[in-house]
Design a protein around this ligand. Structure first.
Ligand code: SAM
Ligand code: ZN
Length: 362
């Protein structure tokens, strides 16, 4: 098997083809991040290495990679893959529990990629990371409010709305930013995406009580009406739901409130642009990765999206082409962009009622 120039053996659960784009983007991020690192070579902890493919690819990029897994079988496989790629000098395989390892040593970049939620590893990850912490979450049901474990796992009330992809990403980032802040660490999302069955976020870290406090300004709440689909974002008051939160919807129904979750920007557009420049033809998912990242770079910071078809359905109209509809919104003076995770999702500063009115006129 080959991936991004690395050759490796695979075994059952230890290699997931569907994560290839996640890894291709990781490699592009590592290339862009290396330019900013103040030491050479920077260290990279692949804390849940499985087949070792992610860590091997980091070592091929000139990182001092540490590949860890608590499974003996995974570690044997990762060792063979390190040898197969001739990166023994740049890659060390450890048979260790990720948390134990992270409590003992520090790394420039730490990558957390367990099965399910990364939250059980977040405290240790923030204590072990100098500059960039990367997290993958595959527990989309709890993140999006489709399962009650979201409250337990993320200390947040998620809602099962039509904007699943956005809700999940923002519940995840909100929980991670709040965890980092507990240690006076400011975590700022420089790139995040919601793709397939997972969410991925890269957080740039900075130490200090003041900067950590500042990041909490990006944590807030969403009020959502399940009757008419209207929604609003609200800043938090400390950690609490603000008194001004809109509970009574204009349609007469009672809104529900999700949060605390991340309502700030999920990426730094300039950094995402650099990452796009680091994608290359040797990556199996280059085209799709580029499309995803362009979407991430260009989309509005709005914490929810609308679905073009659903709005048209509500207005009793046939949907036009999304590009045409977005151009029309911009002509009307609104901001409007696509969202990176779906062909029918878009973001705008127009309100739900304004959208329904506009679609009805089409
Ligand atoms: C989703 S796989 C990792 C995939 C890999 N990062 C990749 O990109 O192909 C999760 C791995 O985490 C390992 N794991 C789970 N809990 C762990 C822990 N506490 N410490 C270290 N490894 C752990 C599992 O054995 C499994 O190999
Ligand atoms: Zn309503």
């Amino acid at each position: 098997m080959e991936e991004g120039g690395a050759r490796f053996e695979t075994e059952g659960a230890f290699y997931n083809e569907r994560m290839e784009m996640n890894r291709d983007i990781t490699v592009a991020v590592l290339r862009a991040w290396k330019e900013r690192a103040d030491c050479s070579p920077p260290s990279y902890l692949d804390a849940h290495t499985a087949s070792g493919v992610r860590g091997v690819r980091a070592a091929l990029e000139g990182y001092d990679a540490i590949l860890a897994d608590r499974s003996e079988e995974a570690v044997e496989l990762a060792r063979r893959n390190v040898e197969e790629n001739g990166v023994e000098d740049g890659a060390t395989v450890k048979h260790e529990d990720a948390t134990v390892l992270m409590r003992r040593s520090r790394y420039d970049v730490v990558d957390i990629d367990p099965f399910g939620s990364p939250v059980p590893f977040a405290d240790a990850a923030f204590s072990a990371t100098d500059s960039l912490a990367c997290f993958t979450a595959t527990d989309t049901a709890p993140l999006c409010g489709a399962h009650d474990s979201g409250v337990r796992r993320y200390s947040c009330v998620p809602l099962n709305t039509t904007y699943h992809a956005e809700m999940g990403l923002r519940v995840l980032i909100g929980a991670l930013v709040r965890t980092a802040a507990r240690y006076d660490v400011a975590a700022t999302p420089v790139l995040s995406h919601s793709s397939d069955h997972y969410k991925r976020t890269y957080l740039a870290l900075d130490e200090g009580a003041k900067v950590a406090n500042d990041t909490l300004e990006g944590v807030g709440f969403l009020s959502h009406c399940f009757e008419c689909g209207a929604r609003d974002a609200h800043d938090a008051e400390g950690a609490a739901v603000p008194a001004t939160v809109k509970r009574d919807c204009d349609c007469g129904a009672r809104r529900r409130v999700a949060g605390p979750l991340w309502t700030g920007a999920v990426r730094d557009a300039e950094f995402v642009d650099e990452v796009i420049g680091e994608l290359d033809e040797g990556m199996g998912t280059r085209k799709r990765a580029e499309k995803t990242l362009r979407g991430v770079r260009d989309e509005l910071d709005a914490p929810t999206h609308y679905d073009h078809h659903k709005i048209a359905q509500r207005a009793g109209a046939t949907p036009s082409k999304l590009d045409e509809f977005l151009a029309r919104l911009r002509d009307e003076g609104y901001e409007a962009t696509k969202a990176h995770y779906s062909g029918t999702a878009f973001k705008t500063d127009a309100s739900h009622d304004e959208l329904v009115a506009l679609v009805s006129e089409e």
